[in-house]
Design a protein around this ligand. Structure first.
Ligand SMILES: CC(C)(COP(=O)(O)OP(=O)(O)OC[C@H]1O[C@@H](n2cnc3c(N)ncnc32)[C@H](O)[C@@H]1OP(=O)(O)O)[C@@H](O)C(=O)NCCC(=O)NCCS
Length: 158
């Protein structure tokens, strides 16, 4: 018998949490100067963060906080927007989801236009915080994101 199929889950994996949203920017998404509204982008980023956290925790989640939201470059009507989220750190009941928003050129090249760190909390049936599996970063990039998040959490305690 393959025991890996029956072993209970004890840790979480960042790659299982990746979520992506793709949108061609329409007239309704941009202002009079043809630039993307920041509020629309935050809404998409929040949804991507929620799906990422749900995939990780496999239960309902809620957004507790948005940290380090940066609008780095404008995006314009008819451009292709790609919003990506992944869990990069876990506390006891909270997950930090790194969300990036990129414009994809027709060549396939992407430029980063915004990013943020969303803190989401896993909820039980009574909507109380519930524990999540601790994240075990695998790749060098995941280890770096994890260490950065851990460092910020330590600083916030003081
Ligand atoms: C998020 C919420 C469930 C936290 O409930 P709570 O009773 O404060 O729970 P706790 O104090 O036990 O905190 C639970 C976890 O959330 C984290 N947390 C709570 N508020 C936070 C904040 N403002 N920023 C970052 N983390 C936060 C805590 O650090 C803790 O993490 P840990 O378990 O990994 O250590 C509650 O504040 C809530 O429901 N807020 C409204 C969320 C909502 O409606 N969001 C949608 C947008 S309006």
């Amino acid at each position: 018998m393959d025991e890996t199929k029956t072993a209970p889950q004890t840790v979480g994996c960042a790659s299982d949490s990746v979520a992506e949203f793709v949108q061609i920017l329409r007239m309704a998404n941009v202002n009079g100067a043809g630039r993307l509204f920041g509020g629309h982008l935050i809404g998409w980023m929040d949804e991507v963060a929620a799906v990422s956290a749900r995939r990780y925790a496999k239960c309902p989640v809620t957004t507790a906080c948005i940290e380090q939201l940066r609008f780095l470059k404008p995006a314009y009507q008819n451009e292709t927007m790609v919003v990506t989220g992944r869990v990069v750190y876990t506390g006891r009941t909270s997950m930090e989801v790194l969300v990036t928003a990129e414009v994809e050129e027709l060549s396939g090249e992407r430029r980063l236009i915004a990013d943020a760190r969303f803190i989401l909390v896993a909820l039980d049936e009574e909507e109380h915080p519930r524990a999540v599996f601790p994240l075990v970063p695998q790749t060098e990039q995941e280890k770096q994101w994890y260490a950065e998040a851990q460092h910020r959490r330590e600083l916030q305690k003081h």
